[in-house]
Design a protein around this ligand. Structure first.
Ligand code: CTP
Length: 434
């Protein structure tokens, strides 16, 4: 927390800054998106090395990747060199802290799963012990072919692999269907999640309902009452749960986040608090947990006006004709089925801890995350957050400034049903660049 008049706390580090990340690119047309991913990683302070199959090198320029990663880009011809004391695939495999295989083609998937080490990329994947994000991309029929599906299933059993299946959409072969590589924002998110949390799927088999973003309450056909919530915290909470294995439903007001961040979530967009309440009530019976991150409007017009008001009329509007929006969170708590865990949020300015404690007991949820919106590294739209997580039995847990994804993981650990995590491993903090 910032102390009055004292020094500003150091901005929380980017979980990818300083990480050694190997980007492995195979022969699918989605390879053309990878220079942007490599550029984004380099800008975030990661050390990046790229390795390409021969097919990938015919689709995307190794020269561009070398330039964007600020390092030589590796091809099959580099694997064996009489001047190198150790095989390149072993050097790269041991150097990497995190590996991103994207796009992952049917051929490279098959090589990997069946242990064939006949390219530099395939040998490196087999030799590395680092956690891997793998994003498949191919033609729909290839993806649906039984041998590919069998290989994909086998990959799920690899443990330290976070496998991102292809999304549906228009493919380069002009077909509409499953096969698109996960969006670049998803690849970066998955890497960040792997660095922060590891690959454990402790939410596997569980369902989470998340609300995010503001609501909009109409005044007249042209104007509405809303707030500055972007929805980023709720969206990242939803994605972190998905990457930990949960099925996630997101009910959201108008968001200001990259659309790529919504991939993989079952989304119900709404505008008003009444629509949000209806969507949440409809979903409540099917979920194990709820996280109410939405910034619901506090007041609304009893009757929104059917015609646009003049300036004069608008000035008179504030006096009467208003009602309080019902408390959605308290309503969900009142109607929850046994065993359903509920997390509320409380955005505050100034010292909000005492008010948050009162809010937790008033609303009756299990957990309440109280976060400031008047600190430099927290609040609406900020990539970072901090605050207090208040829980059952008077637990007050201070969450230090960190990326919103890191905060999301901490909240999910509190909210998930209790139980040990077998073999859970989180990467140590990145060391200084050698
Ligand atoms: N919330 C809700 N329905 C509302 C208002 C808030 O479900 N009409 C939820 C929010 O999604 C959040 C929690 O209640 O999870 C706390 O929201 P906050 O705005 O801090 O609390 P309010 O109840 O609006 O209290 P106040 O503004 O008076 O502090």
């Amino acid at each position: 927390m910032r102390t009055e008049g004292g020094p500003r706390p150091a901005a929380s580090p980017d979980p990818l800054a300083g990480r050694r990340i190997l980007v492995a690119i195979t022969g699918s047309i989605a390879a053309v998106k990878m220079p942007l991913v490599v550029s984004a990683l380099a800008k975030r302070g990661a050390q990046v090395r790229c390795v390409l199959t021969a097919s990938a090198a015919s689709l995307v320029s190794p020269v561009a990747l070398a330039s964007l990663s600020r390092h030589q880009c590796y091809l099959d011809a580099d694997q064996w060199c009489h001047q190198a004391p150790r095989p390149l695939h072993v050097e790269l495999a041991e150097w990497a802290e995190l590996v991103l295989v994207a796009p992952l083609s049917a051929t490279s998937l098959g090589r990997w799963v069946h242990g064939l080490a006949d390219t530099l990329l395939a040998s490196t994947l087999l030799a590395t012990e680092a956690p891997v994000v793998a994003a498949a991309a191919m033609n729909t029929s290839m993806w649906q072919a039984p041998p590919v599906q069998g290989n994909w299933q086998a990959l799920q059993g690899f443990g330290r692999v976070l496998a991102l299946g292809p999304a549906a959409g228009l493919l380069a072969c002009d077909r509409q269907g499953d096969g698109r590589m996960a969006e670049p924002e998803q690849l970066l998110l998955a890497l960040e999640s792997l660095a922060l949390w590891g690959w454990q799927r402790d939410w596997q088999g569980l369902t989470l309902l998340v609300s995010a973003g503001p609501t909009r309450e109409a005044l007249d056909p042209a104007r509405f009452l809303s707030n500055g919530s972007t929805g980023l915290m709720g969206v990242l909470l939803a994605q972190a749960a998905r990457l930990r294995g949960a099925s996630v439903q997101l009910v959201h007001g108008p968001l200001q986040v990259h659309p790529g961040l919504l991939e993989g979530l079952l989304c119900t967009p709404v505008q008003t608090a009444a629509q949000m309440q209806a969507a949440l009530s409809a979903a409540q019976g099917q979920v194990d947990a709820i996280a109410m991150a939405a910034a619901v409007a506090d007041h609304r017009r009893v009757e929104p006006l059917a015609r646009k008001l003049s300036k004069q009329e608008l000035g008179e509007l504030w006096v009467e004709g208003w009602e309080q929006v019902p408390d959605l969170l308290a309503g969900l708590v009142a109607s929850r089925p046994p065993g359903q865990a509920i997390l509320g949020f409380a955005a505050h300015s100034g010292d909000g801890l005492a008010a948050a404690r009162e809010k937790l007991s008033r609303k009756g949820c299990d957990w309440l995350f109280a976060n400031p919106i008047d600190q430099p590294d927290a609040g609406f739209g900020s990539p970072t957050n901090q605050g207090w997580l208040l829980g059952p039995g008077g637990q007050d847990i201070q969450l230090q400034p960190a990326s919103k994804l890191a905060i999301a993981h901490q909240l999910l650990t509190a909210l998930r049903p209790p139980g040990p995590l077998p073999g859970h491993r989180v990467l140590p903090r990145a060391e200084a660049n050698p």
